[in-house]
Design a binder for this molecule. Structure first.
Ligand SMILES: Cc1cc2nc3c(=O)[nH]c(=O)nc-3n(C[C@H](O)[C@H](O)[C@H](O)COP(=O)(O)OP(=O)(O)OC[C@H]3O[C@@H](n4cnc5c(N)ncnc54)[C@H](O)[C@@H]3O)c2cc1C
Length: 273
């Protein structure tokens, strides 16, 4: 107990979800790079902190469903995984390009980034681009576990808002094998800053290309085009309410979104030739 906050480090997902179900003031701790500063600044309150460190969620493996990545896998582990670079190279590039230095990449988890769902994060749009599914566990009150799978596209609702319900824990992220060729580009203010806009280009069947934009709206934005010429109109049509933060205004993001999308498409086409 620290002050009036209890700290628990359960050793199974069912123990963790039981604590989550019992206490509406429970806060899940991934790497803590976002939630701990919030608690310290008193922007968020907790009655109990549930540490995910001992839950065994740091594995990366292939099973019948695809590539299964534990919620507590760090950016460094993602970037260093041969399995990830073989099955989902977009994720390798994304993880290696996260700023904040080696300390941040060693500590912050992909699950924490997904649940936090800040629009200017690299993670939500990459998970949508890859057709990821998020496996959410909750306690069914003595009847074992409730497990549901939500596609990344449905998971991210708005700035900081996801499909995660009270009492639910993100356990795994499941990815199908990544379509090739692909491109991933981003725009940042400086080498060390968060992205202003990201774009992932992947084939979408026939001559269609899916471009998933991050950072430009409150949730990932997916456009489908045949060629570069269609990008500007598709962005104009779908980007009705651009995101704004200290890094860039909504007007700036509206202007750069098609530029970054074109760069991702060009990278994809370059690899293809
Ligand atoms: C200096 C700095 C630079 C950064 N640069 C970038 C960047 O370039 N690109 C980028 O995308 N991001 C960047 N980030 C953000 C970083 O990606 C996030 O801080 C980090 O991924 C959050 O992960 P975490 O494990 O620390 O989450 P935590 O802080 O532990 O948790 C975040 C939220 O998720 C919840 N949560 C965590 N795990 C689970 C779970 N398994 N189930 C349910 N809920 C859970 C927590 O309760 C909390 O609400 C940066 C951050 C810093 C501090």
């Amino acid at each position: 107990v620290i002050g009036d906050v209890r700290y628990v480090a359960p050793e199974s997902v069912s123990q963790a979800t039981a604590v989550l179900a019992a206490d509406p003031g429970a806060v899940v701790l991934g790497g803590g790079t976002w939630v701990l500063p919030q608690l310290v600044r008193r922007e968020r309150r907790a009655t109990v902190i549930i540490d995910t460190a001992r839950l065994g969620l740091t594995g990366i493996r292939r099973d019948g469903d695809g590539l299964r990545i534990g919620a507590a896998v760090t950016y460094s582990s993602l970037a260093g995984s041969e399995l990830v670079s073989a099955e989902a190279p977009l994720l390798t590039r994304m993880a290696a390009g996260i700023t904040g230095g080696v300390q941040l990449r060693n500590q912050a988890t992909i699950g924490g980034a997904a649940c936090y769902a800040i629009p200017s994060s690299d993670v939500p749009a990459c998970l949508v681009a890859l057709g990821a599914e998020l496996e959410l566990h909750s306690s069914a009150g003595g009847n074992g576990a409730d497990v549901r799978r939500v596609t990344a596209d449905a998971f991210f609702l708005d700035a900081g808002r996801t499909q995660l319900r009270p009492g639910e824990l993100l356990v795994d992220i499941v990815l199908p094998s990544q379509p090739r060729p692909w491109g991933y580009q981003k725009l940042k203010l400086s080498e060390g800053s968060w992205p202003i806009a990201t774009a992932a280009a992947t084939p979408a069947g026939g001559s269609d290309v899916a471009i998933t934009l991050g950072g430009v709206a409150t949730r990932p934005l997916r456009i489908t085009v045949h060629n570069e010429e269609e990008i500007a109109a598709a962005v104009r049509e779908q980007l009705s309410d651009p995101w704004h933060d200290v890094l860039a205004s909504a007007a700036y993001r509206r202007r750069v979104a098609p530029v970054i999308a074109r760069r991702a498409l060009a990278e994809m086409q370059q690899v293809a030739t």
